[in-house]
Design a binder for this molecule. Structure first.
Ligand code: ZNH
Length: 141
């Protein structure tokens, strides 16, 4: 569960990204494809070379979805309901992969934010990404 303090830390941290969202998203995806190569099988139609237009475009969408989630942090199920349908019924991404993306995103954030990515922020983001992953995985059968 996310505490009130976690929510505050996440919202403040996200506010510090100031325009670098697309870069963060692309960096997280590059790291995921590099460290967990089986994740590439979900994107056979993408040019997966680092920094490709498709990776940048997709990174931007993923980060935008997380921004929406952060704005609706008390109501994640509702805020992410369409995405949850998409991942469960259309894309059928094995939920184990959500953990991989979460870890890669955290490295991207830490690289970007340096000492602002404190242990408290880290653990808050970790819980937040787990909450997002549970919503994205809740419709699987
Ligand atoms: Zn996902 C898509 C988000 C994870 C795979 N995604 C997507 C989108 C979004 C997202 C926003 C777009 C939609 C539209 O367009 O409408 N994701 C997300 C998030 C997460 C995720 C937030 C976490 C956190 N995914 C994931 C993973 C994977 C995936 C892990 C694997 C590995 N997705 C995917 C795919 C797609 C998507 C494949 C589709 C793409 C294209 O474009 O085709």
């Amino acid at each position: 569960m996310l505490t009130a303090e976690d929510k505050k830390l996440i919202q403040q941290m996200w506010g510090k990204l100031g325009g670098s969202e697309e870069e963060i998203g692309a960096d997280a995806l590059n790291r995921m494809f590099h460290s967990y190569p089986p994740t590439k099988t979900y994107f056979p139609h993408f040019d997966l070379s680092p920094g490709s237009d498709q990776i940048r475009g997709h990174g931007k969408k993923v980060v935008a979805a997380l921004t929406t989630a952060i704005k609706n942090i008390d109501n994640l199920s509702q805020a992410l309901s369409e995405l949850s349908n998409l991942h469960a019924y259309n894309l059928r991404v094995d939920p184990v992969n959500f953990k991989f993306l979460s870890q890669c995103l955290q490295v991207s954030l830490a690289t970007r934010l340096g000492k602002d990515y404190s242990p408290d922020v880290h653990s808050a983001v970790d819980r937040f990404m787990s909450a997002v992953a549970s919503v994205l995985a809740e419709k699987y059968r």
